[in-house]
Every structure is written in structure tokens, then in C-alpha cells.
Design a protein around this ligand. Structure first.
Ligand code: C2O
Ligand code: CU
Length: 500
């Protein structure tokens, strides 16, 4: 089933009508949206479902419109979007529009930007769709439960102007991890893998600390607990678009096609290192924002909440696995078949775990297009943010030694050039996400970048990893700046950026 079929089977979720000028691509013809070309109205219902991750593996889950991930919303840049959320759960919920510059009141942070939406109640979100790119939406209430249970989905904002990247078709892949209690737990991702210590740095330190398989030998999480790691759910199933292999949908391609993959890591804890056997990956966008030129690699580490747009050129007929190279992930289900037309009966070669010898993406390889408002000439207002906690297996996580809500806000004024220096004093990587606006990543682990990537999440590596980001405070309000691992966020690793 290709993306278009997938969307067609959403049936009944919306009128299927598209506004004029929207969805001219192969895949965008149907969406959950309906309405006029003035305001796009979308109806989402959050409710409990039973969901089959794979044959014989059915879980109680939470879904938007009955499916996991929730329906992909596709809109045109600048379009007015109105989302009516019906909460049919037995508990409160909210929606956060991750990577979208929404007005503060639409940001979906309970107790900060809105009261939680009570069971049985509705709430209407309304905002202009911008900036263009691969965005997503997810619950921001009790995330370590509700996100883990499935309340996340893609939000694709198609650019108003034609993009530089040419492609024949596209597909969105949402990666997620599940704690079902039915399988062998996957070793945790402790160290960052996406950051700028170089491909080897993060991966190596991660593997060394994991003791190269000793985790398994010592039985589940024993090793990591001894290393002073916090406790959390034991993830044992990994999915691509809500399904674990062999239930993952194959991607059918034709020789010569250029296929765009939009990959969203909705996992609570795990970094996924994505690879397509037999093929190179061209990285074109980081968190939805374009690079000046595509970067050719063999595998792409994607930290929680990060998105990467990748282009593959279908030039090697056969059948291949697209999979995650991290230890245990393939066995937990994180793989899907990419099969060329005319090769339906081919058997894909078994996935090779590990990244030895592969060219890996890291932040230092890409040059970001300067799509954000240009920084003012004035000196930046600088904040130093030290990330700590998790000592001796505790679930306390801190910003400058304090736990939210006791953390000090980062106070700035609209128009300020704001610089944030992040230092990680803890033993785990922290994918830090800023709400309300994207930032330029000036450096990671020291080396300044000539053409900063534009992102809204930066994975700050464990063990004194660092990152420096900068943005023009253009969106007034109180914005969460937090670790996107829900256990860490709920353990206190949140600061509020206050833009007056
Ligand atoms: Cu993707 Cu505060 O969230
Ligand atoms: Cu964290």
C-alpha cells in the first residue's frame, strides 16, 4: 500500500475535499481536511483503541481518529488551519503543534498556554500553517503515557513556492517505541548519536557504556541501572507507521524514481539510526528545514522528536530492508521492505546491525539554508543552560540545578537576538526542543558551523556534550524549552522562554 492508498483508506475521517491549490502532488490529494480555501477545518478525536502492532501483538492504545500514527495533516504554507479536537478519552489531553510557529495560546501546553481539555470536551486550535516543512503534532498532557500510547501524527506544511528538491513520490514514516511487557526490552539509548562529536564519537561512547552487549548478558536494564541511569518503561516493540515487522507496509518503488522520505521520530527514549540497505541516503531537511545542498550518507541517527527528510534514488532493483541499525531494534520490529516493481518475489538481504564502516550523518555535515529572520546586529542576549540530574537512577532532571516549575525563566524581549549555551552534565543525551520558533544551531561540542542548520530539536550529547543555538525572539509568549524524552521532561527538565 503506498501513501496515497493509505490516505484513501482513511475514508470517513473527513470529507476528502481539498482546498483549491492544495494537494497537487501525487500524495496530497486526500487529507483529513475539508473546507473552503479560506480556513481549513480538521476534526480530530482522541480516544482509546485496541491496536495491532503486529499479528498476535495487540495493545490498548490511544489514537487520533482511530489510527496510529494519527492522520497526516497536509496543508499549504500560510493556510489558516482550524483543528477541532474532541476529547473522547477518560482523561484530559491537549495537542502541541511541534515545529509550527503558532500563537502562544494555541501551543497546547496545559497550565501554561491553555487549561487541559477535559474528557468529553472539545477545544479548537487555530493558526497559520508556517513555516513549511515536516512538522508533527502530539499530545502534551501526561506525555510519558499518552505519547507512548500513540497520540502523535505528521503535519506536513507544503511550501507556497516550489522546492529546490525534485522527487517523484514521497512517504512519511513515523518511528515509535512501545512498552508492551511481552518481549525482550531493547537496550536504552543513553548517549546521543546525532550530535557533532562525529559519527564515531556518540555511537562509540554509547556502545562502550552499554558494554557491547553486556546489557543483555546482565539481564535487561541491570547494566544501565548500575550506570546511574533513571528508570523508565522497558521498550520492547518498535514500529514504523504503527506497525512492527512483519506487519510494516512495504514501500514499492520503480527503478529510476526519486523517493522522498519524511521521517519523524516519535519515540520517547530511543534514537533510531535509519539505513536503507544497498542505497545511499541524501539528507535534504533537518526538522523540516531545507539544507543548501543534500548531504549523502549511509545512515542517519534521528533523536527523539527530530525529523529528517531524505531522498533515495531507486537505482538498485531488488528488495531491501529499510531498518534501524541500533542493537535490538530490528528484532523489535523496526524494519520494512522496499521492493522494486518486478521484484516482488525477491528476498531482501538480512539487516546488518551496527554502523561500523558506514558514513553517518551528524550535525556538522549539513549547511542550513538561512530561512529564519536574519539576526539583528546587536549583541545576543545569552543564557547558559546546564542540563543535569538522573543521578543514581533517580528520575529527577534539572535545568541549572533546578526542577521545573522552579527553573529560572529565560526572559527576553520581542526582537531580541537570543543565544542559548547548553551543557550536558548528565549521563544521558537530551533532545532539547524549543516551542514557538525554530533556531539556528551554531555549534555542537565546540566546532562552530559556517552555515548553521535550522532546527527545533537539538540532541545534546551525554557526558559534557554541548550545543549553542540562536534565534530571533519573534513570537511573543511563554514557550516551553524542554527535553523531549517525556520521563526527563516530567522529571523537571523544562525551562520557560518568556518573550515579552
Ligand atoms: Cu514535541 Cu513540548 O514538544
Ligand atoms: Cu533528557
Amino acid at each position: 500500500m503506498n501513501r496515497r492508498d493509505f490516505l484513501l483508506t482513511l475514508g470517513g475521517l473527513g470529507a476528502g475535499a481539498t482546498a483549491a491549490g492544495v494537494g497537487t502532488g501525487l500524495l496530497g490529494r486526500r487529507s483529513v481536511a475539508s473546507g473552503t480555501d479560506r480556513v481549513r477545518t480538521i476534526h480530530l478525536e482522541a480516544r482509546e483503541v485496541t491496536w495491532e502492532l503486529a499479528p498476535g501483538r495487540t495493545v490498548k492504545a490511544m489514537a487520533y481518529n482511530g489510527r496510529i500514527p494519527g492522520p497526516e495533516i497536509r496543508v499549504r504554507e500560510g493556510e489558516r488551519v482550524r483543528v477541532v479536537l474532541q476529547n473522547s478519552l477518560a482523561e484530559p489531553t491537549t495537542i502541541h503543534w511541534h515545529g509550527v510557529d503558532v500563537p502562544n495560546a494555541m501551543d497546547g501546553v496545559p497550565g501554561v498556554t491553555q487549561p487541559p481539555v477535559a474528557p468529553g470536551a472539545t477545544f479548537t486550535y487555530e493558526f497559520d500553517a508556517r513555516p513549511a516543512g515536516s512538522r508533527w503534532y502530539h499530545t502534551h498532557f501526561d506525555e510519558h503515557r499518552q505519547m507512548d500510547l500513540g497520540l502523535a501524527a505528521p503535519l506536513i506544511i507544503e511550501p507556497a513556492e516550489k522546492e529546490a528538491v525534485g522527487y517523484d513520490r514521497e512517504i512519511t514514516l513515523v518511528l515509535d517505541d512501545w512498552a508492551t511487557g511481552t518481549g525482550k526490552p531493547v537496550p536504552p539509548t543513553d548517549a546521543g548519536t546525532a550530535g557533532g562529536r562525529g559519527s564515531a564519537g556518540g555511537m562509540m561512547s554509547g556502545m562502550m557504556r552499554r558494554g557491547s552487549g553486556m546489557g543483555g548478558m546482565m539481564g535487561g536494564r541491570g547494566m544501565s541501572d548500575m550506570m546511574g541511569r533513571g528508570t523508565g518503561p522497558a521498550y520492547d516493540v518498535m514500529t514504523i507507521n504503527g506497525k512492527a515487522y512483519p506487519a510494516t507496509e512495504p514501500l514499492r518503488v520503480t527503478k529510476g524514481e526519486r523517493v522522498r522520505l519524511r521521517i519523524i521520530n516519535a519515540s520517547a527514549e530511543h534514537t533510531h539510526v535509519v539505513r536503507l540497505a544497498g542505497h545511499r541516503l541524501l539528507v535534504t531537511h533537518t526538522d523540516g528545514n531545507p539544507l543548501i545542498a543534500p548531504v549523502e550518507v549511509e545512515a542517519v541517527p534521528i533523536a527523539p522528536a527530530e525529523r529528517y527528510d531524505l531522498l533515495i534514488v531507486a537505482d538498485r532493483p531488488g528488495a531491501w530492508f529499510l531498518y534501524c541499525t541500533e542493537p535490538g531494534h530490528v528484532d523489535a520490529g523496526e524494519r520494512m521492505v522496499v521492493v522494486y516493481e518486478g521484484h516482488a518475489r525477491a528476498t531482501p538481504p538480512a539487516p546488518e546491525p551496527g554502523v561500523a564502516g558506514l558514513t553517518l550523518w551528524d550535525y556538522g555535515r549539513g549547511r542550513g539554508r538561512p530561512v529564519l529572520p536574519a539576526p539583528s546586529a546587536s549583541d545576543p542576549r545569552t543564557f547558559v543552560v546546564a542540563l543535569g540530574g538522573g543521578m543514581m537512577g533517580s528520575d529527577i532532571w534539572t535545568v541549572n540545578g533546578k526542577q521545573y516549575p522552579h527553573t529560572d525563566p529565560l526572559r527576553c524581549i520581542r526582537g531580541d537576538r537570543v543565544r542559548v549555551v547548553l551543557r550536558n552534565n548528565s549521563m544521558e543525551a537530551h533532545p532539547m526542543h524549543l516551542h514557538g520558533q525554530s533556531f539556528r544551531l551554531l555549534s555542537a561540542n565546540g566546532a562552530p558551523y559556517a552555515s548553521p542548520l535550522v532546527k527545533d530539536v537539538v540532541d545534546v550529547e551525554a557526558h559534557m556534550g554541548s550545543a549553542v543555538l540562536e534565534f530571533t525572539a519573534h513570537n511573543p509568549g511563554d514557550w516551553f524549552f524542554h527535553c523531549h524524552k517525556p520521563m526527563h521532561m516530567m522529571g523537571g527538565m523544562i525551562a520557560v522562554v518568556k518573550i515579552a
